[in-house]
Design a protein around this ligand. Structure first.
Ligand SMILES: Cc1ncc(COP(=O)(O)O)c(C=O)c1O
Length: 484
């Protein structure tokens, strides 16, 4: 044993570092409004700052302070950027315990506590989201991986004998139908599975970018005529860019008529099932064969924590028909809930369930409902404020906490308006005071907010819109001056 090793594992050193860190984080939470929402810096500046810390052999406390200073502040109510929740602090504490214990979760023998909690979290959320009574599933590392895993299960149900697993799928040419606005990870999943560009059929959308479900039957017939084998429909609840919910009931009808698997990417919006006022948005979710739900978007957990639910929980055992003799010794696909690697892509996995289990136990399911209701109200409020503003244009009435709008001016061409909105976003981002993002809808630039911070107020929203308009005017003025 070296002195250095002994020091790195010393419980008293850990206690000191831990207390200092918790004090620092609690102070941070208490004063986060005084931080800029987005302390803008270039990648090179960030790299230099951390090289300097290492060069100086900075201590733990100095490093943690540096990490806070160089980060975007999700806990600041003026954070309105990407769809990542400021986690409930207790869930973050659980991560410290999980990291220290580091038990991994491939098999029960190794990850007992995590495995038990994960099953309970899945059962509780299947009930809270009102999925089918026989629903089951597991937690996995992100929506992208959950979507890929669900599609592998769909493929496996189509060819249950394992022939695709053994022979590949080039002779069969599988494909799926999806909203062209779906998250890019669906396209990636198709290509990872080796289906190529022909494996993804985009269903045209309506004005609010909802799949036109009445076109599905025709698209399936056409795909079959071309020698493809459609195996699934993927619906979005909701789309990333605009927060649009596909009509799940109509998708479930189309899937049943055409004997296709229905997967719903509910990474962002499936949680609206917890809001009594918004349940219509996901009507039919219980009919989907599989549903992905990101707990790090709308369910208060640190990234990344995703639930993958199957209507028939035993479908999850179809996905991987592989065997790893040293780990999974039970007979092939028989149900074996406690050895999660049988169903999950990951082998070693973090103790993901602890984050949600702690919140469920300490605060109860109402906490999740309160959050979803609150950020949904903020979405509506921002929609109202944009509509009232003479120079701002709302893309669609927000159903959830994603809101897209743009600054317009009657004198601007479409290209100039795009350029101006892009510049507004860059100027605001570089000012650091507000964090919002941008998206393209039908090729045109919109500003996009995701209201993930439950402490954002109506005044924060009006202040943000006033800044958008004022920067818009300044830029227009500058443009006018340059022309003169
Ligand atoms: C609808 C949707 N699906 C999937 C993803 C990817 O999820 P993750 O980042 O957890 O992999 C996102 C992320 O923004 C999303 O909005």
């Amino acid at each position: 044993m070296t002195d250095l090793l002994a020091r790195a594992y010393d419980p008293e050193e850990f206690r000191k570092q831990g207390h200092a860190l918790i004090d620092r984080l609690a102070d941070y939470l208490g004063t986060v409004e005084s931080y800029p929402a987005n302390p803008y810096e270039t990648p090179d500046a960030s790299l230099a700052a951390f090289r300097k810390l290492l060069g100086e052999r900075a201590g733990a406390d100095e490093i943690f302070a540096g990490v806070i200073d160089h980060s975007v502040h999700l806990h600041n109510p003026r954070y309105m950027g990407h769809q990542v929740v400021p986690p409930a602090p207790l869930a973050a504490l659980g991560d410290v315990a999980a990291s220290l214990l580091n038990t991994g979760m491939a098999i029960f023998e190794m990850g007992r506590a995590g495995t038990a909690m994960e099953r309970i979290v899945i059962e509780e959320f299947a009930r809270m989201l009102r999925l089918a009574p026989e629903a089951g599933g597991f937690l996995t590392s992100g929506g992208s991986l959950a979507n890929l895993t669900a599609l592998l299960a769909a493929r496996s149900r189509q060819w249950p004998e394992g022939d695709v697993w053994q022979m590949g799928s080039h002779a069969i040419r599988p494909c799926l139908l999806v909203n062209e606005q779906a998250h890019y990870c669906i396209d990636r999943a198709v290509r990872i599975m080796g289906w190529g560009a022909e494996g993804i059929i985009h269903v045209p959308t309506d004005r609010e970018l909802r799949m036109r479900t009445e076109l599905i039957d025709e698209l399936v017939v056409d795909a079959r005529k071309r020698g493809l084998t459609p195996i699934a429909i993927v619906g979005s609840a909701c789309t990333t860019s605009t927060g649009t919910f596909d009509h799940i009931d109509a998708l479930a009808d189309a899937a049943a008529r055409n004997k296709l698997w229905l997967h719903i990417d509910g990474a962002h919006g499936a949680a609206v099932r917890l809001d009594p006022d918004r349940q219509h948005l996901t009507a039919g979710l219980e009919r989907a064969d599989s549903v992905a739900v990101d707990f790090h978007k709308m369910l208060l957990s640190p990234a990344i924590t995703t639930g993958l639910f199957f209507r028939d929980g035993t479908d999850a055992y179809r996905t991987f028909q592989q065997r790893a003799e040293y780990l999974l010794t039970a007979e092939s696909s028989e149900e074996d809930w406690s050895n999660i690697a049988r169903r999950s892509f990951e082998c070693t996995k973090r103790m993901l369930g602890l984050r949600t289990f702690t919140l469920l136990s300490v605060y109860g399911p109402e906490l999740f409902r309160d959050y979803v209701v609150r950020v949904g109200e903020l979405g509506r409020e921002l929609g109202r404020q944009v509509r009232r503003h003479p120079e701002l244009e709302l893309f669609m009435e927000p159903d959830v906490n994603i809101v897209c709008f743009r600054f317009g001016h009657p004198t601007l061409s479409a290209t100039a308006r795009d350029g101006l909105n892009q510049l507004i976003r860059t100027t605001l981002t570089e000012s650091g005071q507000i964090y919002l993002v941008q998206t393209r809808i039908d090729g045109e630039v919109y500003l996009r907010c995701t209201l993930t911070n439950a402490f954002t107020t109506s005044a924060d929203l009006s202040d943000m819109l006033a800044r958008v308009a004022s920067v818009g005017h300044e830029l227009l003025q500058l443009r006018g001056n340059l022309r003169e």
